[in-house]
Design a protein around this ligand. Sequence first.
Ligand code: DX5
Ligand code: ZN
Length: 223
Amino acid sequence: MLKIAPSLLAADFSKLAEEVKKVEDAGADLLHIDVMDGHFVPNLSMGPMIIESLRNKTKLPFDVHLMVEEPARFVKPYADAGADIISVHIECFCGLYRTIKSIKELGKKAGIVLNPPTPISSIEYLLNDLDMILIMSVDPGFGGQSFIPYVLPKISEARKIIDEHKLKIDLSVDGGVNEKSAPLIVEAGANVLVMGSALFREKDVKSLIQKYKNLSLDIRNQK
Ligand code: DX5
Ligand code: ZN
């Protein structure tokens, strides 16, 4: 079944713990946490203290998306704060292989994020070390942007590689996931949907999450 990862960036920051509880009770699988440094992307967001303060409020795994220029500097602070999966951008200025290794050495799952124009071939050498591939379907930095449809073939390509090599890698898509784009994303082969604005603005989050989780079954039944 599909996994839903609500993106905390779209939550009401004045009551974060309540927002987390709301999505956990509604059946979310992961909590997606966007970390921005004001350099790699033109925005700032959540430091490790925020993550730490939420850690004992939920059992949801923390899926930390580092949108920072130098992820190597932040892996340990976020791991110590309670991250379960730490994903770094292939476009960052860093020793990527070393950074992925350090995430694993800390006992965490490791992911690689690709911006919309970055080809999947750029991460082939890392595949055996990954737990997640996160495909950006907007330019990173802000919530509420429109889905960029030209990433769909890249999602299919990633799915093909994962299946062909029988890899245990989650294929996640982040940015502009909503009622219109989600069926296309799932049909292309993603098994994790990161959802910000389309989810947190809804009143009945539980039905919404259930509806999205059933998408893969619906699509299979239509074939
Ligand atoms: C964007 C972030 C996303 C963002 C998604 O840079 O990585 O996780 O919160 O928000 P929506 O779903 O509103 O596009
Ligand atoms: Zn994200």
